[in-house]
Design a protein around this ligand. Structure first.
Ligand code: HXC
Ligand code: NAP
Length: 290
C-alpha cells in the first residue's frame, strides 16, 4: 500500500450521483475521477464547456461510467438553477455536491479594484452559497438526504495577506459549512470541508506563484513533511467524505497540508534554520558562564 494509491474499496460510491463544481480541471477533476473509479456518476460544471467536455470524454474513456459536463457560472443564480435541473434530468437525484469552484490571485489589497475584490468574493462565497441553497432546498423538499463537501483553505481561519478576498470568502464558506451542519442535519444533510495545503495545479500555481515566484517561494519548503500534496491523497479524503463511511462526520473541516499552517503559526518554528552544530554548541555551553 502506498499513500498515493486509491484508498477505498471498489464500488464504495456505487449508485451515488455527485456534482463537482470546477470539476473540469485541477483538484476538482482529480476528486471526480476517483469518485468515478469508485462507481459514482458525475456532473462536472464550470464556465468553460469545451474544457468540461474534453475532461468528461477522457474520464469516461479511462474509467467508464457517466460524466455529464454542464456549463455554469456559479455567480449567476439562473445558471446555477439550470445546472441543477440539468444534473437531475441527466442522472436522476443528486446525492452529493462538492463546492470546489474558486477564483483567486495574489495582489497587495490596496491595489485591488472594487470589481477585483468582488469577483473573488462572488465566485467563492456567493457561488458556494447559491449552489448550496439550490441543492439544499431541493433535497429538503424531496425529503432526500444529501452531502456537501466544501473545499476551503487553511487561511480560512488564520487569514492571509495578499489573498484577502479569497481569505474572507473561504472563511465565509467555512462558517456556512459548520452552521448548516447543525441546522440541516435534521433533514439528513451533512456538511463538511477540506482545507488543502499546497497541491500543484495549473489554475492555482499560475495565479498564486506566477513567473519567477515559483522558484523564489518553493511551497514544499513551508511544509514540515517536506513536500507538496499528491492529488490522490486529497481524492482519498474527499471520497471518504462523500461516502456513507463518513456518516457520523458532520461540521468538520479536515486539514490535509503536511503540517504547513501550524508551522507558519508557531512563533519559533523558524528556528529550524539553526544548524545541528549550533544546537550542539548551545548544549555544550549550557550551565557554563558565557
Ligand atoms: C489584480 C486582478 C487580477 C490580478 C484579475 N483582476 N486578475 N486584479 N491582480 N492578478 C481584476 C480585473 O482587473 C477585474 O477588475 C476583476 O479582477 C475581474 O477580472 P476578470 O478577468 O474580468 O474576471 P473573470 O474573467 O471573471 O476571472 C476571474 C478571476 C480569474 C478570478 C480573475 O483569475 C479566474 O477565472 N480564476 C478561476 C480559477 C482560479 O482562480 N483558480 C485558482 C484557485 S486557487 P477591473 O476593476 O479591472 O474590472 C485557490 C487556492 C487557495 O483558491 C490556496 C492555495 C494554497
Ligand atoms: P483550478 O484548477 O483553477 O480550479 C478552479 C475551478 O473553478 C476551475 O475548474 C474553474 O473552471 C472553476 N471556476 C472558476 N470560476 C468559476 C465560476 N465563476 N463558476 C464556475 N466555475 C468556476 O484550481 P485548483 O487548485 O484545482 O482549485 C480547486 C479548489 O481547491 C479551489 O476551491 C481552491 O481554492 C482549493 N484549494 C487549492 C489549493 C491548491 O494548492 N491547489 C490549496 C487550497 C485550496 P472555469 O475556468 O472553466 O470556470
Amino acid at each position: 500500500m502506498k499513500f498515493n494509491e486509491g484508498m477505498l474499496r471498489e464500488g464504495s460510491l456505487e449508485g451515488k450521483n455527485i456534482l463537482v463544481t470546477g470539476g473540469g480541471t485541477g483538484l476538482g477533476r482529480s476528486m471526480g475521477e476517483y469518485f468515478l473509479k469508485l462507481g459514482a456518476n458525475l456532473v462536472i460544471s464550470s464556465r468553460k464547456l469545451d474544457v468540461l467536455t474534453e475532461t468528461a470524454k477522457e474520464m469516461m474513456g479511462k474509467n467508464g461510467g457517466t460524466v455529464v459536463p454542464v456549463s455554469c457560472d456559479v455567480r449567476d443564480i439562473e445558471q446555477v438553477e439550470a445546472m441543477w435541473d440539468k444534473a437531475k434530468s441527466e442522472l436522476g437525484q443528486i446525492h452529493a455536491v462538492v463546492n470546489n469552484a474558486a477564483g483567486n490571485f495574489i495582489s497587495p489589497t490596496e491595489r485591488l479594484s472594487t470589481n477585483a475584490f468582488n469577483t473573488v468574493l462572488d465566485i467563492v462565497l456567493k457561488g458556494t452559497s447559491q449552489v448550496t441553497l439550490t441543492a439544499g432546498k431541493d433535497w429538503i423538499a424531496q425529503k432526500q438526504d444529501g452531502i456537501f463537501l466544501n473545499i476551503v483553505t487553511t487561511y480560512a481561519w488564520t487569514g492571509s495577506g495578499y489573498v484577502v478576498p479569497s481569505a474572507a470568502a473561504k472563511a465565509g464558506v467555512l462558517a456556512m459549512t459548520r452552521s448548516l451542519a447543525v441546522e440541516w442535519a435534521k433533514y439528513g444533510i451533512r456538511s463538511n470541508a477540506i482545507a488543502p495545503g499546497p497541491f500543484p495545479t495549473e489554475g492555482a500555481w499560475s495565479r498564486l506563484l506566477p513567473g519567477e515566484l515559483v522558484k523564489k517561494f518553493d511551497p514544499a519548503k513551508k511544509v514540515p513533511i517536506g513536500r507538496v500534496g499528491e492529488h490522490q491523497e486529497l481524492a482519498n479524503l474527499a471520497a471518504y467524505l462523500v461516502s456513507d463511511f463518513s456518516a457520523y462526520v458532520n461540521g468538520e473541516v479536515i486539514t490535509i497540508d503536511g503540517g504547513e499552517w501550524l508551522k507558519g503559526a508557531g512563533e519559533f518554528n523558524n528556528l529550524d534554520q539553526i544548524p545541528q552544530e549550533m544546537w550542539d554548541m548551545m548544549e555544550a555551553s549550557r550551565g557554563k558562564k558565557l
